[in-house]
Design a protein. Structure first.
Length: 152
């Protein structure tokens, strides 16, 4: 009789734990589908309860990391858009003035000299924007190495 009672009690307790494990597995499946707001219930303080807490913590951390990635991507896209504009503006002027020079659309040597100076200045500005882009790329890729030196 004691053996039958033991088996019945074991079955009831094991079945309860198995249902909880199934519930945890279902929660992990829901999170894996992208529902990072889903939380599994933490029903106990044992190993399964600890597992539930860790699953919830993992989902929360994953959600934060994805949000950070999205913010970084938006910032990068804005930066690229701004740099594109900053590159296009002087380039458009350079092409316009070079067209004037190529087609000899100036009346005096002074106008020619002015066109050449404007092209030169716009080219300098364009070079500065490109240098800024390279500097940003180095910083973004951790390509910058700091050298610590003592000042006298």
């Amino acid at each position: 009789m004691a053996f039958i009672t033991f088996i019945a009690l074991f079955y009831v307790l094991a079945r309860r734990k198995m249902r909880y494990i199934d519930e945890l597995a279902g929660g992990v499946l829901e999170i894996s589908k992208g529902n990072l707001d889903f939380r599994v219930p933490q029903k106990s303080q044992d190993e399964l309860g600890s597992l539930a807490g860790n699953i919830n913590h993992m989902a929360a951390e994953l959600k934060l990391k994805i949000e950070e990635e999205r913010r970084a991507e938006r910032t990068k896209n804005e930066l690229i858009t701004n740099f594109s504009h900053d590159l296009r503006t002087p380039l458009t002027s350079i092409l316009g003035y070079l067209t004037l020079i190529k087609d000899r659309k100036f009346e005096t040597d002074e106008q020619f000299s002015d066109c050449v100076n404007i092209v030169y200045n716009k080219s300098e500005k364009l070079g500065g924007v490109i240098e800024d882009l390279f500097e940003y790329t180095k910083l973004a890729n951790k390509g910058v190495k700091l050298i610590l030196k003592r000042f006298p």
